[in-house]
Design a binder for this molecule. Structure first.
Ligand SMILES: Nc1ncnc2c1ncn2[C@@H]1O[C@H](COP(=O)(O)OP(=O)(O)O)[C@@H](O)[C@H]1O
Ligand SMILES: [Mg+2]
Length: 337
């Protein structure tokens, strides 16, 4: 369905020396610098898949989305969607895709939402019958009724995002690109949007590429993750594979009856900061550690030998923890299984 091969994108950036003198100088002798936003990215997406496309800020995610949607042309490499090149025959290509950039709206600021949708209906050449059915469906999952007559500029962020997502789905696209669709939203709206994504994926078999910082979005929606950093691929696989590859992080919670001060995990096990974090709070000690550096059983016996414990629970690493560590260290510092 989607094939991305060795995608590169460079930007030319004007650099200015400091101060007024620098400004004048750069006016006459502009200096440019090349920014390698995307270095060598490849991945495939199957029809009907929801791909979580993640990575730290500045990794190149939005640039890749812009190339896939035909807004930017790759410096080199190729991407094809449904066998098509996004920059060729754009007018018919945009009918096959839906795009939402969470950071800015694609709606007309002064038009009431309802009018906006009528205009989009004409642009995308949606038949009256399809339009009616589609609007009824979008109304139901995204609850647009309460503000459909309001001008876009008066909508709250959550309403605006729902409106934007509805706009991107009006023409029943085969592929939906969502770049940070839940950014800055409260839990209720987030759930609303997640349900909508899940719904169109299940009912229309829409392929979805989802960029997000909210890892709950990923856990709830994505079948697969592609992670990039500094413009290159870091991981490509299922959440299960991510967990089994990097998931030696365990969390133990001890409810401690007496003074927890005598617990000194780092000193006792001689373990470095990157392999352990300890939080002591209200009689509970939470220890997160790399179980290939210290065995879970050793961690438990040391704790039981040192303090009186009334309860213990063990948790596997959640993907949030794994990804946070990957973002911080790059994958090399976390030992392979
Ligand atoms: N139009 C542009 N001109 C120059 N540099 C850009 C431009 N767009 C993005 N970049 C740079 O490319 C890199 C990747 O940006 P982006 O794709 O927005 O990352 P992400 O969406 O993962 O946060 C960043 O270093 C960013 O500053
Ligand atoms: Mg971005």
């Amino acid at each position: 369905m989607i094939e991305v091969k060795n995608l590169h994108k460079e930007f030319k950036k004007n650099v200015k020396e400091a101060g007024l003198k620098g400004s004048v100088k750069s006016l006459f002798h502009p200096k440019t610098e090349i920014v390698q936003a995307v270095r060598n990215i490849s991945f495939d997406v199957d029809k009907g898949e929801i791909l979580g496309f993640i990575g730290p800020n500045g990794a190149g995610k939005s640039t890749v989305i812009k190339m896939l949607t035909g807004i930017l042309t790759p410096t080199s490499g190729t991407c094809t969607i449904n066998g098509r090149n996004p920059t060729v025959n754009r007018k018919s290509y945009v009918k096959e895709i839906g795009v939402v950039f969470g950071q800015r709206t694609q709606l007309w600021w002064d038009l009431p939402l309802r009018e906006t949708y009528s205009v989009l209906k004409e642009i995308y050449e949606v038949s009256d019958e399809d339009y009616k059915r589609r609007m009824a469906f979008l109304n139901e999952v995204l609850e647009l009724d309460g503000f459909i007559t309001s001008p876009v500029r008066t909508l709250s962020l959550g309403q605006r995002m729902r409106a934007d997502i509805a706009a991107s789905l009006l023409h029943n696209p085969k592929v939906l690109f969502l770049d940070e669709p839940t950014i800055g939203l409260d839990v209720v709206v987030k759930n609303n949007i997640r349900n909508a994504i899940d719904h169109i994926n299940k009912h229309e078999n829409t392929t979805v590429i989802l960029t997000t910082h909210d890892l709950e979005d990923i856990e709830l929606l994505a079948n697969r993750i592609v992670m990039i950093d500094k413009g290159t691929n870091v991981f490509d696989g299922t959440i299960g594979e991510l967990k089994s590859k990097y998931g030696q992080i365990r969390e133990l919670n001890f409810v401690v009856k007496d003074d927890e001060k005598s617990l000194d995990y780092k000193g006792h096990f001689n373990i470095s900061d990157k392999d352990i974090t300890v939080a002591k709070e209200n009689g509970t000690v939470k220890v997160r550690f790399n179980s290939s550096a210290v065995a879970v059983s050793d961690m438990v016996s040391y704790t039981l030998d040192t303090v009186k414990v009334s309860d213990i629970s063990v948790k596997d690493a959640d993907i949030e923890e794994i990804i946070r560590r990957l973002y911080q260290h790059g994958d090399k510092e976390i030992p392979e299984k």
